[in-house]
Design a protein around this ligand. Structure first.
Ligand SMILES: [Zn+2]
Length: 447
């Protein structure tokens, strides 16, 4: 069976991930993501109304025109998890393919919401839910798609595996090896080892933290860190504000619980806080206290801030958007003094996040933090663990899968380098079975 891999997006950057695998007549697309930084660099770009080709020219979504070089029919579009760099282009590109979108339930729900917000294209692909651990047949030539449970900074993440007569293609974006997650099941390393024994033709891997030594700590470590920080504030009688990735439901859950432990009423503020936590709760992925307030609209947010100010800041923990200093997010607005919440000397701001190492984020975050400090806020930074594998995690995956071919992904050339060195030390050879590639290439594995 002929096997080809088209590396469409996310091979020159972190963002706009998209890869297509052809096995005989059947093609499966993994991820259709957005590179948000290419959108945010422009003021006031409303992507909802934009045409795909303009977004491709901006570098915001994958340039899928390479798909015309791929024979066969697209049988499924498979986003691995709900982060925007993996699902954010579905509303712009999926309608060009006569294929269902298949993902885990939480991811499907986020895809559905994204399609509903689209104003330019009518996306009518079927949305098919498949749970982690399940498999389904693709086409008539003995190809099967399996979802292996992985742990990441968003719930319900999987690594899809395409089983072909030539061996398995493992699409390894994004994960960390968490054996003690706060929500959901541990990573299914047993299954990865089994698949490795059955034979892996190719492993496509997210190299994000390959330069970092050791292993990525579990989410339970971030939870303990956060507990320590928040318990240390138990006696403080002023304002405490926290921010994190709004899609990081496990972290939001920890913030909510520890707020209660230190005698404060948690409240989620900001549009995406309301969206992700509301969705997770509705789908029973997390249980929040019944009276937990979630407010996204400007008016209800301002009303809540006024209530907090009149009932006493010391009784509340606002959990807000703005961990990267995004100009329109809640924490940035609080820093600018654009909300009824008044920060005072000594008030505490917890960033349960790291700055995404990218100049736009770094600049915006610097600005936001400086504005908060100018009002007297004390900053607690990096109460966080990464969602991506460090070097020893990559080493373990290489040994579990023993793939015939490796394709590093989810990085620029600089980010590939440490992964390439690791792979070479494990016996892979650049240009032979280790394929460093760019956006828009097609790699033939079996002719
Ligand atoms: Zn991700």
């Amino acid at each position: 069976m002929e096997i080809e891999i088209a590396t469409i997006g996310g091979y020159e950057e972190v963002g706009r991930q998209m890869t297509a695998v052809r096995a005989g007549e059947d093609v499966v697309i993994f991820d259709m993501g957005l590179n948000l930084s290419k959108v945010l660099i422009h003021d006031n770009v409303e992507t909802e109304r934009m045409h795909s080709l303009d977004l491709i020219d901006m570098g915001a979504i994958p340039d899928d025109r390479v798909m015309s070089e791929i024979e066969g029919d697209v049988k499924a579009i498979v986003p691995t998890h709900g982060h925007l760099d993996h699902i954010g282009a579905i509303s712009k590109l999926a309608h060009r393919y006569d294929a269902p979108i298949m993902a885990t339930p939480f991811t499907i729900e986020l895809v559905k919401q994204q399609i509903q917000g689209e104003e330019k294209f009518g996306v009518e692909n079927d949305l098919v839910k498949m749970d982690a651990g399940a498999s389904t047949r693709i086409g008539d030539d003995g190809v099967e798609l399996e979802f292996v449970n992985v742990t990441h900074s968003i719930i319900d993440a999987i690594n899809p595996v395409l089983h072909t007569p030539e061996g398995a293609i493992v699409y390894g974006l994004d994960k960390r090896m968490d054996h003690d997650p706060v929500l959901g099941d541990p990573i299914d390393m047993d299954r990865f080892r089994e698949i490795g024994e059955e034979g892996v033709l190719c492993y496509i891997e997210d190299c994000t933290n390959a330069q970092k030594k050791g292993r990525t700590p579990s989410e339970s470590v971030a939870r303990r860190h956060l507990k320590d920080v928040m318990y240390s504030m138990a006696d403080y009688d002023g304002g405490i504000v926290a921010t994190t990735f709004s899609s990081h439901i496990a972290r939001v859950k920890s913030l909510v619980e520890f707020a209660d432990d230190i005698g404060r009423q948690p409240v989620l503020l900001g549009r995406s806080m309301e969206k992700y936590s509301g969705t997770a709760e509705r789908l029973d992925f997390v249980e929040f206290p019944e009276d937990l307030g979630m407010y996204g609209h400007r008016k209800s947010v301002d009303r809540t801030f006024k209530r907090i100010m009149s009932e006493g800041k010391e009784n509340f923990l606002p959990i807000v958007t703005g961990h990267q200093g995004e100009p329109r997010a809640m924490l940035t607005r609080m820093g600018r003094g654009d909300t009824p919440y008044e920060l005072e000397e000594g008030d505490k701001v917890i960033f349960s996040a790291r700055v995404i190492p990218e100049p736009t984020n770094e600049g915006q975050r610097y600005q936001s933090e400086t504005l908060l400090k100018m009002q007297g806020a004390r900053i607690y930074d990096e109460v966080h663990v990464s969602g991506h594998l460090n070097r020893e995690g990559h080493y373990e995956m290489l040994n579990a899968l023993e793939a015939d071919h490796l394709i590093p992904a989810h990085q620029n050339m600089e980010g590939f380098a440490p992964y390439v060195e690791l792979a070479e030390s494990e016996g892979y050879e650049l240009g032979e079975d280790l394929h460093v590639t760019r956006n828009g290439n097609v790699i033939t594995l079996v002719e």
